[in-house]
Write a protein that binds this ligand. Structure first.
Ligand code: F6R
Length: 247
């Protein structure tokens, strides 16, 4: 794992965007695995700016998202398809037909998961997977548990995750209790993983991801098994690692 120390959220966002933009330049037909939430918003902003400055071309890029809430559709402003359109897809020249988000409105969870798996396979796998980190160490919506799950699956969100994500909803009761998420197997299959981490709320989890034992109670710890992981973390997120004298 390569750890890049960043000053703050802005600095982290710039570094992550530069990394992704360099990958897109090197491989214009790249398949990006994308994340939602507060962490990548700044990165997407810089990617849009690069596009507007004529420095990036997404016309041949495909993408596949990590997750989506069960029951939320593309027009739902709390859904992740909506998020992706709002923060990235509507502002760059990506062909939306080549962008995939799990279908929160599928008739059954089996159908939603099988469709997402088929889409990942159709794209030939993920070249670069962008991840945020949950305060509980989750990646995608792979919540702390007794095991690691390989492929796309339905997840019962933990009370902590529901609480953390309530800020995006009118009230905590509006937060869906379940989501579809890629499994850690999908993430490990990516050629390269970029983990972006910001804020003291993530500091303990980041320490465990990097230095803890590989354990499903901290799902992100599985990234220790991947050969090409780059972590961009800001000083707040690095605080526990620094307190322990490891940096
Ligand atoms: C989002 C996702 C989640 C988030 C994580 C951090 O697609 O898969 O794992 O990356 O919950 O969320 P934020 O960035 O909002 O702190």
């Amino acid at each position: 794992m390569k750890l890049i120390c960043c000053k703050d959220y802005e600095d982290m966002s710039k570094h992550v965007a530069q990394d992704i933009l360099a990958e897109v330049k090197a491989n214009p037909e790249i398949v990006l695995g994308l994340a939602t939430g507060s962490t990548p918003e700044g990165c997407y902003k810089y990617m849009v700016e690069a596009y507007e400055a004529g420095e990036a071309d997404f016309s041949k890029v495909s993408s596949v998202n990590l997750d989506e809430y069960v029951g939320l559709g593309p027009d739902d402003d709390q859904g992740y398809r909506y998020f992706m359109n709002k923060h990235l897809f509507d502002h760059v020249n990506i062909d939306k037909a080549n962008t995939y988000v799990p279908n929160g409105l599928a008739k059954t969870s089996e159908e939603a998961c099988a469709e997402h798996e088929a889409n990942i396979e159709k794209l030939g796998g993920i070249d670069v997977q962008l991840l945020g980190l949950g305060g509980n160490g989750h990646i995608g919506f792979n919540e702390p548990g007794e095991s690691f799950v390989k492929g796309t699956h339905i997840v019962d969100l933990t009370p902590g995750t529901i609480e953390a994500n309530a800020r995006f909803f009118e009230s905590i009761d509006d937060v869906p209790k379940q989501a579809y998420s890629m499994g850690v197997g999908n993430i490990l299959d990516a050629q390269k993983v970029i983990l972006a981490v910001s804020g003291t709320r993530k500091a303990q989890a980041l320490y465990e991801v990097i230095y803890g034992s590989i354990c499903p109670k901290v799902q992100g710890s599985i990234l220790q098994l991947h050969k090409n992981v780059v972590i961009y973390a800001d000083e707040e997120a690095l605080s526990v690692i620094r307190e322990k004298g490891l940096l």
